[in-house]
Write a protein that binds this ligand. Structure first.
Ligand SMILES: C[S@@+](CC[C@H](N)C(=O)[O-])C[C@H]1O[C@@H](n2cnc3c(N)ncnc32)[C@H](O)[C@@H]1O
Length: 224
């Protein structure tokens, strides 16, 4: 991995060979989601699984930022995974340890993982599925490993409402994201689900400078 190039720029370049739609999508996504802030909580030497990776933007960034990260991304959307795989092939030529696979809902890759990441995925699932996915992820964490979840929080109110409008358009009207209904459980309830899995949690707003109420939750397994 070329340390002279900013990993964010290098990540976006991976998508140059893909269609206009995907390129546009990853540009917008990159500028509207705090991926760098999320990467900052993931050790530079680690085994990372991203569940619901979409086009693979964060996974690719993590792998390009540090070639000591082994990064795997999965999603239920075959078209997005095809784009991610093409980016993955380019990233591997740069020395990154990165790969992607399409998986059926609820199916994960065997661990242990030092970090399992889910960015804006849980709200697309029913409450029971969200709980069982968090539980399944918790079981695959290595000792000291972390479940890193980025969802939308309830505050500030104007960001929350703006996000509702956009998500309804994206999921229900435009069909950009697969999913039937939207179930925002909110950070507090998700945190309780993590705690019930014996994960030690930390919760923080990461929305500074963004129009969306991004919220980060980290649930860490003990080292024993
Ligand atoms: C809003 S997109 C976010 C994509 C990516 N994480 C990002 O931040 O750009 C939600 C993604 O979750 C995926 N997804 C929905 N349900 C899933 C499930 N049960 N397992 C894995 N991925 C799922 C969708 O296909 C979609 O790519």
């Amino acid at each position: 991995v070329n340390q002279a190039v900013d990993p964010g720029e290098a990540t976006l370049r991976l998508y140059r060979g893909t269609g206009l739609g995907a390129r546009f999508h990853v540009r917008i996504r990159w500028s509207s989601c705090p991926f760098r802030e999320l990467a900052a909580v993931i050790p530079t030497r680690s085994r990372v699984l991203e569940v619901g990776c979409g086009h693979g933007l964060l996974a690719a960034y993590l792998a390009l930022e540090s070639s000591d990260r082994k990064v795997r991304g999965i999603d239920i959307d075959h078209a997005k995974i095809a784009v991610a795989r093409a980016a993955g092939r380019r990233a591997r030529r740069l020395g990154a340890d990165l790969d992607f696979a399409a998986e059926s809902p609820g199916s994960l890759l065997p661990g242990p993982w030092d970090a399992i990441v889910m960015v804006d995925v849980l709200y697309l699932l029913q409450e029971a599925e969200q709980r069982s996915l968090i539980e399944a992820c918790a079981r695959l964490l290595a000792p000291g490993g972390a479940l890193v979840v980025k969802e939308m929080g309830p505050s500030p109110r104007w960001k929350f409402l703006w996000n509702r409008v956009q998500e309804t358009l994206s999921v229900r009207v435009l069909g950009i994201t697969q999913g039937g209904s939207l179930t925002f459980l909110g950070p507090d309830r998700l945190e309780r689900v993590m705690r019930a899995q014996s994960l030690a949690t930390a919760s923080a707003r990461v929305d500074r400078g963004y129009p969306h109420p991004h919220h980060l939750l980290v649930g860490r397994r003990s080292r024993e």
